[in-house]
Design a protein around this ligand. Structure first.
Ligand code: WT7
Length: 645
């Protein structure tokens, strides 16, 4: 592992937060770190007062590693906290500004969002959804996605949002694992000007699932669809005559708010379980401190609601804070490559949160595009999803932020629920390329194999030493996997993130990327095993191994090594077919950039694929010692093939 995580990045540059920004920042006193360290529990206990509780909690934390319970016996509701409590002062304030890819606009004030959510909740009740039922939401970036989440939360039904761009297979797998009896989808939506037939995909997925009672369909693209009698119902039919009042169900602090499926090191995605009280306290606090939300901000997070970023920093964090959020349905390059900049100009966006992949793409598209737009409304920029290289960081800071806006590079995960490592924009000097320091209350460390903290500058495993309110509670239906994946490396009470990192002499954390069999393609998390099992499910394939290859824009792209059945002839046609097969089984984000037909793979004498060597071959790096392989000759052959010979 050492050569992989021994960093070659140099940290020369330190930039102070812009003075004007610091003066009015929500957090302007570094004292906050000391206070949080003194007594993290008390610290979170105080912050929990920013959330409205129907009944007060009577204990802050119960920590029986790896299980934590936060704010015990407290009763509250997530939807109430995002909506009802703002009605008195913010009823007419915009909660959501939505723009469709075709330029359509729709807005919701907090009052309107409250009504829409209550009505949606009543529809869910009409369908028979009860407290505790898991509802799968398979919707694109339309207001109904957020409304559906809040409506589920309102009646105590945990939601499981599946990214709309995932395939029918991926949907089927998630619905089955969650034993979800209700699915919310739409007729279709537009992506890069092309109609995506979401309902058709839903139907195809659900063919493989038993136990789904009802499918609620949002009319959005107005494309023609089949409705399955007895199962499918239109939202707009059920909305007829429905009341715009629906009491928010008092939930226990530890009741599940949602599941979020994410990729791991096995073939099957895992359902990360998040609970209510702790999650809301974390989401509220981090959104307020990291994004410095103020009443007049227009906040835009470009992630999809189908990922954890969309949960914590589109829906819950900002709405808990009573902020105005922008939601854009489409793609950054449609109809032209300046779409994001024109959106910022048009809506006077003040806070912009996006991914390094997008930033590197914008960089490639050239400075002229943002320069043609008035981006002076911006006052804070954020980055998430993968390490951001200093060059992209600086471009973002200069070209988009005009050197006025602090950049917060936020490290966190589906499992952590909240931003864990970041600068606080009013107080932390920024080092381009480093996510800075642990958020107050979080003990982030870099450890070696034995669990000791590594010396300054040395690479190791990024780990979290203490519990935090929005931490993963378990893996849905798989306690064992929960223990094994996150808690088994060092004695049971230290969380292993799966990332490598190092700490510099100023205590700044430099995240170096995944150390496990997870790859990040354009910030999306994919398990190599998942892609491999999809490949071997194709009749022409006997064996497959997938590696990430460094890519200038996407961070990593997928290279698949495929061994074919003896009777199959390799061809370009087959290559395309296999790429399409993976896209069809998982989703377009998992489509391999390259497929290499191999005779064999580098294996140990016991037949295990040597991932380290395959990774080096893929990236054109030194493969090191190959003498322990049963088939050392294959290395040169694969190198030739990767090199395009
Ligand atoms: C993985 C988690 C949580 C937001 C979206 C991704 C990588 C995330 C950063 C960052 C370096 C980052 C890590 C992490 N990652 N943010 N600022 N710097 N790496 O959530 O899909 O659960 O992926 O994303 O590798 O483990 P996710």
């Amino acid at each position: 592992m050492d050569e992989m995580i021994e960093s070659s990045l140099k940290e020369q540059l330190v930039l102070n937060p812009p003075e004007g920004f610091s003066r009015s920042a929500n957090i302007s006193d570094p004292e906050i770190y000391r206070r949080s360290e003194e007594d993290p529990e008390k610290f979170w206990g105080e912050l929990s007062k920013n959330i409205d509780w129907f009944e007060e909690w009577d204990q802050i934390l119960d920590w029986k590693p790896p299980h934590s319970k936060w704010f015990l016996n407290g009763k509250l509701n997530a939807s109430y906290n995002c909506l009802d409590r703002h009605l008195q002062n913010k009823k007419d304030k915009l909660a959501i500004i939505w723009e469709g890819e075709d330029g359509a606009e729709k807005t919701y004030t907090y009052g309107e969002l409250y009504d829409a959510t209550c009505r949606f909740s009543n529809v869910l009740k009409k369908m028979g959804v009860e407290k505790g039922d898991i509802v799968t939401i398979y919707l694109p970036m339309i207001p109904e996605a957020v409304i559906a989440m809040l409506a589920c939360a309102r009646i105590g039904a945990p939601h499981s949002v599946v990214f709309a761009g995932f395939s029918h297979e991926a949907l089927a797998q998630r619905v089955t694992d969650a034993k979800s009896e209700y699915v919310i989808t739409c007729d279709g939506y537009h992506h890069k000007g092309k109609l995506q037939t979401q309902k058709e995909k839903t139907d195809k997925g659900l063919e493989k699932v038993s136990g789904v009672k009802e499918v609620l369909v949002v009319q959005h693209a107005n494309n023609e669809i089949d409705m399955k009698p007895g199962r499918d119902v239109w939202l707009h039919y059920l909305l007829h005559g429905v009341s715009n009042e629906c009491p928010a169900e008092p939930m226990d602090s530890e009741d599940t708010l949602f599941l979020m499926y994410t990729s791991g090191t096995t073939g099957k995605p895992k359902g990360v379980v998040h609970s209510t009280g702790g999650y809301l306290v974390s989401a509220y606090t981090t959104a307020n401190w990291v994004f410095d939300l103020k009443d007049d901000d227009i906040y835009w997070c470009t992630a999809d609601v189908g990922w954890i970023t969309g949960h914590s920093y589109i829906t819950y964090g900002p709405l808990l804070n009573g902020a105005t959020i922008l939601i854009y349905e489409g793609s950054p390059d449609y109809p032209g490559k300046a779409r994001f900049w024109s959106l910022i100009e048009k809506y006077k966006v003040t806070i912009f949160y996006t991914a390094p992949t997008a930033i590197r793409m914008f960089m490639k598209w050239g400075d002229a595009l943002p320069q043609k737009h008035d981006l002076s409304s911006l006052r804070l920029l954020g980055s998430v999803g993968e390490p951001i290289n200093p060059r992209a960081w600086l471009w973002y800071y200069e070209q988009i932020g005009g050197k006025r806006c602090p950049v917060v590079d936020t490290w966190w995960q589906t499992e952590t629920g909240m931003i864990m490592i970041t600068s606080l924009p009013g107080i932390t000097p920024m080092k381009p390329g480093s996510a800075s320091k642990a958020f107050p209350g979080i003990k982030a460390v870099v450890l070696d194999e034995a669990g000791n903290e590594v010396p300054v500058g040395k690479g190791g495993y990024l780990a979290i030493k203490n519990p935090w309110p929005s931490m993963i509670r378990t893996v849905h239906g798989n306690e064992e996997r929960f223990h094994k994946t996150y808690w088994s490396k060092w004695g049971g009470d230290i969380y292993m993130s799966g990332d490598g990192a190092r700490v510099d002499e100023d205590g700044y954390i430099w995240v170096l990327g995944r150390l496990d069999d997870v790859i990040k393609v354009a910030g999306h998390r994919l398990g190599t095993m998942e892609i491999e099992s999809s490949l071997v499910s194709h009749p022409a394939v006997t064996e497959a191994a997938v590696e990430g290859k460094a890519d200038e824009i996407k961070g990593e792209v997928i290279v698949a090594y495929v061994i074919l059945e003896a009777y199959v002839e390799p061809s370009d046609k087959l290559r395309d077919e296999l790429k399409a097969h993976v896209a069809d089984e998982i989703g377009h984000i998992a489509r391999p950039a390259d497929i290499i037909f191999a005779e064999d793979l580098p294996k140990t004498r016991s037949g295990k694929i040597m991932r380290r060597i395959l990774k080096a071959i893929t990236n054109g790096e030194d493969v090191g010692d190959v003498t322990t392989l049963q088939n050392p000759d294959i290395v040169e052959e694969l190198k030739r093939k990767v090199g395009g010979e």
